[in-house]
Write a protein that binds this ligand. Sequence first.
Ligand SMILES: *[C@@H]1O[C@H](CO)[C@@H](O)[C@H](O)[C@H]1NC(C)=O
Ligand SMILES: *[C@@H]1O[C@H](CO)[C@@H](O)[C@H](O)[C@H]1NC(C)=O
Ligand SMILES: *[C@@H]1O[C@H](CO)[C@@H](O)[C@H](O)[C@H]1NC(C)=O
Ligand SMILES: *[C@@H]1O[C@H](CO)[C@@H](O)[C@H](O)[C@H]1NC(C)=O
Length: 429
Amino acid sequence: MGRTKINVVLLMILKLFLVGTTTGEETYENDRHIKELSSSHTYKNVNHLHLNFLRGRSELDQSEIKEKHISEINADLMKKYHEIVGIHEKLMKEAFQLDEYKNEIIRKENDLQLCQSKVDKLESEINSQQTTINQLTLNANFLASYDECKKELSDKSNKLEICEVQLKKLNSSVIEKDEKISEYSPTIQNITEHQKTINLKLEETPPMLVTSDFREAIANLRSIYHNNPSSCLPFGEHPGVHEIKVSGVGFFEVLCDSQLAGPGWIVIQQRIGGKENFTRDWATYRKGFGSLDSDFFLGLEKMYRLTSQQQYELYIHLVAENGSIFYARYDDFKISDEDHGYALSLGKFRGNIENAMRESENRKFRTFDEGYQHYSGNCAVWHGSGWWYNDCFKGHLNGLYGRDLEWYTETGTINKLKEAKMLIRPKEE
Ligand SMILES: *[C@@H]1O[C@H](CO)[C@@H](O)[C@H](O)[C@H]1NC(C)=O
Ligand SMILES: *[C@@H]1O[C@H](CO)[C@@H](O)[C@H](O)[C@H]1NC(C)=O
Ligand SMILES: *[C@@H]1O[C@H](CO)[C@@H](O)[C@H](O)[C@H]1NC(C)=O
Ligand SMILES: *[C@@H]1O[C@H](CO)[C@@H](O)[C@H](O)[C@H]1NC(C)=O
């Protein structure tokens, strides 16, 4: 605006200046030329003209000086103008830069906000992760405590099982004890009554009789009972019926014998009168049958339990029809458990008759209702008895009385028997 105006003024001034001035040399040349013209041609008017021209020229020179001054002022103005323009430009530039800075600040602020929001987001993420971590830690703790709980539970159930087993044991021993007490009480009462009557009799008879021996015997028996005897050995001096206790079957009565072959034998089988029926099934042979003061069979399970506790010897007492007495001994008598058929083992033989029982060794016990599909089982059917049959026997002590109660010899002679007993006793080392 101001700039163009200033420029137009400057141009006008420059034009005026150029029109008004020609070089001094040129002016001089013109003067000389005009003088020559006026002399040679004598034109009076020309000289006059020339004077007018000179006057005009001096006036022109005056105005030239003025113009020069103006142009100087103009140049100064131009310089100032340029300076102003420069300052203006500089200001403009600075304003622009200021704008730039402002923009940049705004940009930076935006960036900062963006960054802040990112930071916030990250922080919230971190928080949520921390929550997750806490949760996981809780879970881990929970798992650990769950495992502990489970372990404790299994411990407890193990202990419970052990406890139940112990309880069962205790219960069964309580039951056994109860049975024992109920079985004992009449006997003890009987003994006490006996003692009373004897004491009465003793009072009537003169003193110095066997009172002290008798009392001692009673005390002795009591202490023996107290110790739960498991065979007839403790009753060596008191043969007869006694109660013993064997693990697996508990208490039961046995007939103790001290006459036939020394003290302490348990009679496990007896044929002395033929009053008992020996045609019995498996369950009855397993349990035992008959009465101890007559014919009986103690029972396979009791025999197995007794002979599995320790080594037993077997003594067989035989009475032939003509009254001759024989014996056969075996030093390691035992029978297997029921699952193995109560199979027979004998050990070494000693005796004054044939070793006829050897035929039955390792054979399973047979009854008419058990194992009849075997040949040896048929023996049980044919002979109507229970025995360790082996096609079928050489010694047959459960045979029908008066018919099959037999013991063979090597030559095939048959000893018909009118009495037979089987006795066992713990083998002394
Ligand atoms: C003990 O044994 C008897 C007879 O077998 C039975 O009735 C009872 O429930 C048992 N008691 C326990 C606590 O096992
Ligand atoms: C008591 O003893 C008598 C005579 O010895 C006998 O006959 C009886 O059977 C006994 N009673 C009992 C319960 O043991
Ligand atoms: C012996 O018992 C068996 C089986 O129970 C029976 O068949 C038989 O008749 C009995 N014998 C006698 C003599 O009673
Ligand atoms: C009795 O019979 C048996 C055979 O059974 C024979 O060995 C013994 O010599 C007999 N005894 C008498 C006294 O006749």
